[in-house]
Design a protein around this ligand. Structure first.
Ligand code: ADP
Ligand code: SF4
Length: 692
């Protein structure tokens, strides 16, 4: 095994945090898993893997302190009662098993919850409408409510100690209740908890003191503070009151965990809209104001950048949520001199999407994320092959690369054939779109790792037909041949497509990537609603074209609300002068003009003809499958036992799904269905009693 580069030794120094000591500087900051209190085993397995991978501190996601703060239908953990203590003990045990510290992010959402499960009114410093588009208001807390709230934090902190946590949070970040008291935008009180900054800080100070008293030196008390709410001078800013708050409370907590506050979207911006370490400008003052350890985040994946963070005194830890999701073994890899093997986060925010969709965590780069307990997948361990079978993988996009890598790790002899000269499939073009360069890490990591695996051979510029397959004569054929964009305009909201005159020569993204000529005036018709329509509009507008983005939806790139990118995309396109045509399905298009149908009223309107780019749906590329199916009687003679589709060739979807399906194929090859684990946690009294 390679030795650790001494340059990185500093990352492995222990760091005291109040009464406890972190074994190294790798700090998995709190992040949602989409599992929550209902999935204690899955959560524990996920956090345990992080600890095993070398994260010296591993925190939970937001942990509700009281039923007046619940985020249903989204998944959160809770410390409301002894059942919760027992359930979270499974997580602390899993973290402690690897010598790491367990942190719990005690949370009250205040006006940032809807309480749809418990039907409690949302609490806030001041009376106002809901933070969400909801026909309900939030209730101003009186002094008795504040006293009760302080007691809830105390009770939850006591339970946290019983559950075995080493670090207990006071959470004044991401716009939640204690932050709502800090911000003049949400706190309009006239009593001792409102008005001057001194008064607005009062509750946070009391909470820190209460929590320190409660844990009594048995654990550290961390404060998570949003130092800038990104609303300009009227709110908390890092140059203004954000700094003053830290100055006022500097030495009180045992650790400062600082970031951007407004909402989660600011803190975990995608790589399309922010580079690695982009919060540094906002948080770097904190260490100059306090002697206590400081942690922040920045999508750090490069050990040199991490060392620089420490040496330049930006923070004492390497705080990470997404990098620890993409590679739970990031610290171990650096420690073992394998930093080249780090599976770097690409900043796509598919992980955010899982939480926003209310399902367990998933990750584009790491197909085992969220599957640790459910399917028993370990990111670093894979069952060895069970025969000497040869596998031919056709297509080197995300699915084919991942399948080849995982099969190679199992020891199978793999031949990977790719029609093009470049590996990467869809990534070759998609990662070249504005802001998406980091996406190429999906390819680069896998190609790098494949280079190290002797049983995998890669053949470029090898477009395979059925004859080629039979000539190779593999035991198993894996078709990862991808998909092509539809030409009939059939999409999500207008599945019947449009009447398109062939002489118009409507283009698809495939045509643009192949270099098709585009007129000065372009209409992009987006009935797919992920990144492609918006990204092409951005590229063409930047190149000087006059661009209209038309969609049957009411928003640009609507699904990117899930990846917390939608507002940034629409904002960018507005700045670039892109025109929008919302709620319009394309009825017909010809060189004489385009006809649009309102998705609400059905009323038709006309527009002038332009270059039309159809971003609607995709169809699997099945030429090779059909050729093989047509000659099924030849399979046995050639030794072919199975032909299986994976990735977009099975069903067009996200890159994350393609990688997952490639990985799943490799995990399950020659494993009998009865040995494939798929578990769900079920709420039942017996299970609750056992939990483990
Ligand atoms: P996925 O996302 O499922 O991995 P991609 O579209 O990214 O799919 O990649 C599919 C890859 O398969 C492309 O690089 C394409 O060139 C390649 N391919 C398609 N048909 C063949 C074939 N017959 N032989 C070899 N490679 C192929
Ligand atoms: Fe990073 Fe994307 Fe994985 Fe999230 S889903 S951790 S952003 S690679």
């Amino acid at each position: 095994m390679a030795e650790r580069n001494p340059r990185y030794d500093i990352l492995f120094e222990p760091v005291p945090i109040g009464p406890v000591t972190a074994p190294n500087r790798f700090y998995q900051t709190p992040h949602a898993t989409g599992m929550g209190y209902a999935k204690p085993k899955a959560s524990a397995a996920l956090r345990g893997i992080k600890a095993e991978g070398g994260w010296g501190v591993v925190c939970t996601e937001y942990c509700s302190i009281h039923p007046s703060s619940e985020d249903s239908p989204y998944a959160f953990v809770s410390l409301w009662d002894e059942d919760d203590v027992r359930a979270l003990s499974v997580t602390t045990d899993a973290i402690h098993a690897h010598g790491s510290l367990a942190g719990v992010e005690l949370w009250h959402g205040g006006m940032h919850v809807m309480n749809k499960l418990m039907r409690e009114p949302a609490l806030a410093p001041s009376e106002s409408s809901s933070y969400f588009v909801q026909p309900q208001h939030v209730r101003a807390m009186d002094r008795a409510d504040i006293a009760e709230f302080r007691q809830w934090q105390i009770d939850a902190a006591r339970r946290a100690v019983r559950a075995g946590f080493d670090i207990v949070y006071v959470y004044a970040g991401h716009g939640y209740l204690p932050f709502q008291f800090l911000s003049p935008l949400t706190n309009h009180r006239t009593d001792e908890y409102g008005g001057s900054l001194q008064n607005r800080v009062r509750l946070l100070r009391e909470m820190i003191e209460d929590t320190l008293d409660t844990v009594g030196g048995r654990c550290a008390v961390a404060v998570r503070l949003g130092v800038d709410e990104m609303h300009g001078a009227g709110g908390i800013t890092s140059e203004g009151e954000g700094r003053e708050i830290v100055e006022m409370l500097a030495e009180l907590p045992d650790l400062w965990d600082v970031n951007l506050a407004g909402d989660l979207g600011y803190d975990s911006r995608s790589s399309r809209f922010s580079p690695e370490g982009y919060q540094e400008d906002y948080i770097s003052f904190v260490k100059s104001v306090t002697s206590k350890p400081v942690v922040s985040v920045g999508r750090f994946t490069s050990p040199d950048t991490m060392v620089s963070q420490i040496k330049r005194g930006v923070q004492d830890f390497i705080g990470a949520a997404r990098p620890s999701i993409a590679d739970p073994f990031l610290p171990r890899k650096i420690s073992e001199g394998r930093e080249d093997e780090i599976r770097e986060c690409i900043g796509c925010n598919i992980c955010r999407a899982s939480n926003n969709e209310g399902v367990p965590l998933r990750c584009t780069q790491n197909p085992t994320m969220g599957e640790e307990w459910r399917r028993g997948w370990h990111p670093e361990i894979i069952v060895p092959k069970s025969s000497d079978a040869k596998v031919l993988v056709v297509g080197a996009g995300p699915a084919g690369l991942e399948a080849s890598l995982a099969l190679g790790r199992r020891g199978y002899q793999v031949m990977l054939a790719e029609a093009g000269r470049e590996l990467g499939g869809r990534l070759v073009h998609e990662a070249a779109l504005p802001g998406l360069g980091n996406w190429m890490r999906v390819r680069d990591h896998r190609v790098h790792m494949l280079d190290k695996l002797s049983p995998v051979e890669i053949f470029r510029e090898s477009e395979l037909g059925a004859d080629d397959v039979f000539e190779v004569g593999p035991d198993h054929v894996v078709l990862a041949t991808g998909s092509t964009w539809r030409r009939d305009a059939a999409g999500t909201l207008n599945p019947q497509g449009s009447a398109l005159a062939p002489e118009l020569g409507a283009l698809t993204p495939d045509d643009l990537f192949a270099g098709a000529a585009v007129g000065q005036t372009v209409v992009i018709y987006d009935d797919e609603h992920y990144f492609m329509g918006g990204a092409l509009a951005e590229r063409l507008a930047m190149a000087g074209h006059t661009v209209t983005l038309a969609t049957p939806h009411t928003l640009v790139s609507a699904w990117t609300e899930m990846t917390n990118e939608q507002v940034y995309i629409q904002h960018k396109l507005i700045d670039l002068g892109v025109e929008f045509r919302f709620s319009q399905a394309l009825a017909s298009a010809s060189p004489a003009g385009f006809a649009w149908r309102c998705t609400y009223s059905g009323h038709e309107t006309q527009s002038e003809a332009a270059t039309l780019v159809l971003v609607t749906g995709r169809t699997p590329r099945l030429t090779l499958l059909n050729a093989l199916e047509a000659r099924k009687e030849e399979w046995a003679g050639a030794g072919v036992k199975s032909v299986t589709r994976i990735g977009d060739c099975l069903v067009p979807s996200t890159i994350a799904d393609a990688v997952h399906r490639g990985h799943k194929y490799a995990r399950e090859l020659e494993v009998s269905p009865s040995n494939r684990i798929v578990r769900r946690e079920r709420p039942s009294p017996e299970l609750q009693a056992e939990v483990i």
